[in-house]
Design a protein around this ligand. Structure first.
Ligand code: BTN
Length: 292
């Protein structure tokens, strides 16, 4: 069935000839696929299901690593937790949840993850490159999919009009990296907790499955680039990043660093030049940005 769903998606709104017995057609319609039939030309997908479905997403991908296996939960605590329970699984496993009851962000903050209001998912990876590159690469992938006006705010936010659109939480467990991404989609100000209403935003996109597939495809591209050609990724990151070139203050535990955000190094760490010329190398995961 996956091959048939893939053929319908690939035909991009055109009729396609398929061996689709009535019982299979009915099954697809029950799942939310709207399919026009023609006695000579075959079948045409006019609308897809709004729900995320593993087979549907798989059918849209031809990726090397990301999404080789996909699970979609109706609800879970946090998709990062879900992956933590499956660290033996094959690299590239993606877990989506339609809603998370304990979605979390960096520094133990909570992450609002209501049903239908975004894409909440995590990917199991075993990168053969320094881990900070992963968050850098993922933010580039999210920004590419979000479109021309998206920017990156170091260390891990993707923004639109200066408001946070997506967050990335990379964690490790048993030698695997867990890349957790939350992208707000189809939501309005009222969908966010009061304190976030002026600083968070979402993409208007009616087709979450399509957006999810595009994101996985882009993540697959940048994952390979992060290994072989990190310079290209970091150059794109630098073009998109609103933090570079600014005077910033970061805190790492007791340690406070103020200086000029200068560049990324080859590991994906940020180089900050203090006023006395000294260069500090800081990793996004360890710190709190106090001021940009
Ligand atoms: C941040 O900006 O602080 C990071 C937010 C990361 C949210 C995503 S949603 C999917 C995955 N599961 C979680 O609990 N968190 C990440």
């Amino acid at each position: 069935m996956i091959a048939k769903i893939a053929a319908l998606h690939r035909s991009a709104g055109q009729f396609v000839r398929l061996d689709l017995p009535a019982v299979e057609l009915a099954e697809l319609q029950t799942l939310g696929y709207e399919i026009e039939t023609h006695p000579h030309f075959g079948y045409r997908l006019t609308n897809g299901p709004e729900r995320l479905m593993a087979d549907d997403l798989r059918a849209r991908l031809e990726t090397k690593v990301i999404g080789r296996e996909i699970l979609v939960f109706e609800e879970t605590t946090s998709t990062n937790d879900a992956i933590m329970r499956m660290t033996q699984a094959r690299e590239g496993l993606v877990v989506f949840a339609e809603s998370q009851t304990k979605g979390r962000g960096r520094h133990g903050r909570s992450w609002a993850s209501a049903r239908g209001k975004g894409l909440w998912f995590s990917v199991l990876l075993r990168p053969k490159f320094p881990l900070p590159r992963l968050t850098v690469a993922a933010s580039v992938a999210v920004a590419r999919v979000a479109g021309l006006d998206a920017k990156i705010k170091w260390p891990n936010d993707v923004t639109l009009d200066d408001r946070k659109l997506a967050g990335i939480l990379t964690e490790t467990r048993n030698d695997v990296a867990i890349l957790g991404i939350g992208l707000n989609v189809n939501c309005c100000d009222e969908d966010f907790p009061i304190e976030l209403r002026k600083v968070a935003t979402g993409l208007s996109c009616t087709d979450r499955p399509e957006m999810a597939a595009r994101l996985l495809i882009e993540l697959d591209v940048v994952y390979a680039q992060a290994a072989d050609d990190f310079l290209t990724i970091s150059a794109e990151w630098a073009r998109l990043c609103t933090t570079l070139g600014k005077q910033i203050v970061v805190r790492m535990g007791e340690h406070r660093i103020e200086g000029h955000a200068q560049a990324l190094d080859e590991d994906g760490a940020l180089l900050i030049r203090r006023d006395n010329g000294q260069i500090e190398r800081v990793l996004g995961a360890d710190l709190v940005v106090e001021r940009i």
